[in-house]
Design a protein. Sequence first.
Length: 336
Amino acid sequence: MEGSKIRTALEEMNENGDGAFKRKESQFRKFIEPGGRFPPEAGRYHLYISLACPWANRCLAVRNLKGLQDIIGLSVTHPTWQRTRPDDPNDEHTGWVFASPDDPPFTSSTGFGSFPPHGCIPDKVNGAKSVRELYEKAGDTFGKYTVPVLWDKKEGTIVNNESAEIVRMFNSAFNDFAKHPELDLYPEPLRKAIDDANAWIYSTINNGVYRCGFAQKQGAYEEAVKELFASLDRCEKILDSQKLIAGDALTEADLRLFMTLIRFDHVYVVYFKCDRQFIHQYPNLARLTRDVYHTPGMAEAVDLYHIKTHYFTSHPKLNYYAIVPVGPPEWWKTPA
């Protein structure tokens, strides 16, 4: 692929020049379903993630909650972006790369810091050194090498790289193999409430923090901040009268929100300038964060080292020297 087509999220801006961040849609959108090209099978599929990425992290969370650890394999990238073609001086792309836990520490792409590969799991399926290699093996022509990646070992290709769809597949497609098939994160009676909540939570909160952090003009930033905190206030009000976002049962809407909330006080307040209020200052949102975190299987999917290390060491435009803030206490570890 031509180098001019390769990009990361930082380059995805509105074409009208208003300085607003506009995320592009995922490109691999096949589904695991009985009788289809990709039927549900134990051991056939492999999940590639970063523990830092909220989109990929919720796929891991559902894998854990459903009890699919022995059914779907896992590889975990290093949190700090690296050059994906280090031997090519003309290719400056940085992105997700793999490491083994016993590898020496990485530095940032600008040569600062020392970041050990704690919690990393190398790619033992394809032997890839970077997520970019997986996309190239799958014949990608889009040029954005994101996680999560759901890989089919049989055909040697990417099934899907859209986290929302992977979550749905993990929730239902593998129930014949799951340890917890009874858990339904998208139950029929709550689907309208879940879909409605997902729509505005994604645009103004999940993606909203990125619209704040990646904005290149003051007006775009201030509009994103306004919408972000209006939606957080909306969540707080909803939780006055019910335990969770779509009702009193844990659903994918709660996981979608949780992945932003758990990162907020340590990363988004500082790094993305979302500094009007901390999540721990919202009584109901703090309670929800604690409740979801203490759901069996969820804590194992949350790695604050990966979260903080990635954000503060991977974007030289935002933090050239890769200094990682100490941050506040991990208040969510104390049950509500």
